[in-house]
Design a protein around this ligand. Sequence first.
Ligand SMILES: *Cc1c(COP(=O)(O)O)cnc(C)c1O
Ligand SMILES: [Zn+2]
Length: 421
Amino acid sequence: MGEGPRFMALTPAVNLGPATALTCRECGNSRELGPHYACEECFGPLEISYDFGDVTRASIEAGPRNIWRYRGLLPVPENVADTPNLEPGLTRLVRADHLAESLGLQRLWVKDDSGNPTHSFKDRVVAVALAAARELGFKVLACPSTGNLANAVAAAAARAGIRSAVFVPSNLEAQKIITTAVYGGTFVTVDGNYDDVNRLASEIAGEQEDWAFVNVNVRPYYAEGSKTLGYEIAEQLGWRLPDQIVVPIASGSQLTKIDKAFQEFIRLGLVEDKPYKVFGAQAAGCDPVSAAFKAGHDVVRPVKPDTIAKSLAIGNPADGPYVLDAVRRTGGAVEDVTDEQVVEGIRLLARTEGIFGETAGGVTVGVLKKLVDSGALDPAAETVIINSGDGLKTLDAVAPVVGPSANIAPSLAAFRASGLA
Ligand SMILES: *Cc1c(COP(=O)(O)O)cnc(C)c1O
Ligand SMILES: [Zn+2]
């Protein structure tokens, strides 16, 4: 073996655009691109390394009106946009003055990712995972899911014309079961919680060699899809970073990758280098990262989830320690809210901005409010929050507490009598 770093000698056998290697987050060991997700030396998670070419504001702006405008920063083939796919991304960044006013903030934006093809941010990560999985020779697109990923995988596979295999806890919201089953792939409900389903998926992945479990055996590629949320926020703000951002946490991948996107944009000179703070949001019924943050721990102790925010109900979050790193490095915090505050958060966002978020959105708005009230968040600083999913998928959360103003007979007299004029 030569003297230089091992990865220098490796030529990637696959074409995944600017991606050059897989590098361990823990020990820094590198290996060639392939269907690998854990370090051979220390079992740490692998992350994509890149050699970015000449990416400029103009080259991005000239790209398609979806996440593929950032393909020069993702582990995908150059011609990725030519293959049938759901074309997620470039969701709206909404100036939220009414919500800001009700919370005492000066400048607030909602990145509304419910506008994606299957109504959650998961379409981003699945699109990148699918593009990489095809290049790596996988035949089936699979996942364990808390719900939204199931929708995204089943739909993306249908659009791409390949088989899907989706595994979810059997106690999922009815809306998320139906909105997965409709796409017609293999769909298995499992009597267990998400962490049980995730373990089962790893075991199946060990046997089914041509199945790409997007968040298991192709996780390094999948995770990079979340960077597009960060890129879009910066581009939509007019090529600059916000001062503060509040992000929901399930595995913690979305949060760490938004931070990574901001760092890359700074390094590439696409935005001005300035400080920003990253805040994380969890439900009190599944708060392992929030608990570790508050206790000052570097490790995240797993919990058994019990919350209406099922899309965030991962008791053993893979990226928990890296969330703690990003939040502490930037001067942010992690906070959690009760299920009642989640419902209040959903209603507040709907009432003030006309945006109906799912329970994860309620978690994020609830945490935003709590952070403002506690003084952890600067009310004068420009803030962005993520609404990562659609309220139509978690109707049960608000069904008991909202309804019509009145039920009346079809007569003018009845309307007058209702007192609603
Ligand atoms: C999956 C999911 C998240 C967060 O996912 P991470 O695993 O932390 O990347 C946030 N919101 C919704 C609606 C989700 O489905
Ligand atoms: Zn390692």
